[in-house]
Design a binder for this molecule. Structure first.
Ligand code: NAD
Ligand code: UD1
Length: 342
């Protein structure tokens, strides 16, 4: 069975390619490399000892995408490709709507032309906006506070309309909480461009000496220690969730949505402590004002995925930090190679 992975050179996509190949699927990656490097795919092959096919194609280029479907016999699609920086989406909304929405519309059109109706879509916990309570269940009200979040919300709606129009579609929408960590080998991991916006790569870059000090965005939230609480999930657990979704889609027609989180909330200070332990260094930090748009606490009620996908996160916070640190210390400059490995 062949899975097309859009955005397969990215952070979550590359880890998912490893799990798909290890499970025995054939993998075809489509990525325009706007936020990733082809090197990651060599490392995926090195980790798994298996081949995959790669097409440097932009989803908005319908002719090139059609060519991929013509050449490869695709059975299902996992759709990661998209732009994901919240701040950038506020300053470049048209770019975000064009890339994320148009790219997905074209992907679905081409899938239909080739009779491929199985898709797993990357949504986000951002679609819950500022939830009234935690843990967050899939049936909580949805909202968005920025263009990035709105693309996820709109795409969820578009998928619902698509399913209404044609019941041949089988759609799994996965709402990720906060993926962190890296593959155990330390060969692949998160490689953000420029100064990281997200906390985990920021901390590891402080630990490795690339950044001076972490800013903690607020210590006066209504949380146990005053800092923001999130559901950090190991990227390998998240990737295994996609393999389970691909298994599910083959036997359970319809459209479904699942939270992929651990169900546990950790604060910024918990994370700093866990990373200090993993890298055996103090992480210097300074308290800063709250970041606009941040919420106090966000963690999943993950039991629906446990029940229906037979999936639950297995890796704890210490393991997430150890694995992220191994990747960061092996490759301080990410895929901008300082060590030749191949
Ligand atoms: P990433 O940026 O590392 O990976 C996305 C990949 O898609 C990149 O390799 C990029 O080059 C590619 N891409 C973007 N637009 C494309 C296009 N038009 N055509 C072809 N390729 C294109 O991001 P990630 O962290 O791996 O996230 C994957 C998906 O999961 C995204 O849709 C993101 O919005 C979603 N998500 C991520 C997080 C997170 O914290 N990382 C949380 C929730 C949801
Ligand atoms: C952010 C996005 C969210 C997106 C997710 C994954 C925002 C407002 N939200 O989630 O839409 O789905 O990334 O890409 O950008 N923090 C610090 N110092 C930092 C960075 C973060 O204290 O330098 C704190 C934040 O206030 C928060 C926690 O760390 O409490 C996690 O932040 P982050 O990693 O950016 O993820 P989210 O904000 O949860």
């Amino acid at each position: 069975m062949t899975i097309l992975v859009t955005g397969g050179a990215g952070y979550i996509g590359s880890h998912t390619c490893v799990e798909l190949l290890n499970t025995g699927y054939d993998v075809v990656v489509v990525d325009n490399l706007c936020n990733s490097k082809e090197e990651v795919l060599h490392r995926v092959k090195k980790i798994t000892g298996k081949e995959l096919k790669f097409y440097k194609v932009d989803l908005v280029n319908k002719a090139e995408l059609t060519e991929v479907f013509r050449k490869e016999k695709i059975d299902a699609v996992i759709h990661f490709a998209g732009l994901k920086a919240v701040g950038e989406s506020v300053s470049k909304p048209l770019e975000y709507y064009y890339n994320n929405i148009t790219g997905t519309l074209i992907l679905c059109e081409v899938m239909m032309e080739f009779g491929v109706y199985n898709i797993v879509f990357s949504s986000s916990a951002t679609v819950y906006g500022n939830p009234a309570t935690v843990p967050i269940r899939e049936d909580f009200p949805l909202s968005a506070t920025n263009p990035y979040g709105r693309t996820k919300l709109m795409l969820e709606e578009i998928f619902r309309d698509l399913y209404q129009s044609d019941r041949r579609w089988n759609i799994v929408m996965l709402r990720y909480f906060n993926p962190i960590g890296a593959h155990k080998t330390g060969l692949i991991g998160e490689d953000p461009k420029g100064i990281p916006n997200n906390i985990a790569p920021y901390i590891t870059q402080v630990a490795v000496g690339k950044l001076d000090i972490l800013g903690v965005f607020g210590d006066d939230y209504d949380t146990p220690d005053g800092s923001g609480v999130r559901d950090y999930i190991h990227v390998v657990d998240l990737s295994i969730g996609h393999v389970k979704a691909i298994e599910h889609i083959q036997h359970n027609p319809g459209i479904v949505v699942y939270n992929l989180g651990t169900g546990k909330g950790y604060s910024v200070f918990d994370l700093i402590k866990a990373f200090s332990k993993a890298c055996r260094k103090d992480i210097p930090y300074v308290i800063k004002p709250r970041r606009v748009g941040d919420i106090a606490a966000c963690y999943a009620e993950p039991s629906l995925a446990r029940k229906e996908l037979h999936w639950s996160a297995q890796r704890d916070l210490d393991e997430m930090c150890e694995d992220a640190w191994r990747w960061q210390s092996n490759y301080p400059n990410g895929y901008q190679n300082d060590k030749e490995i191949l």
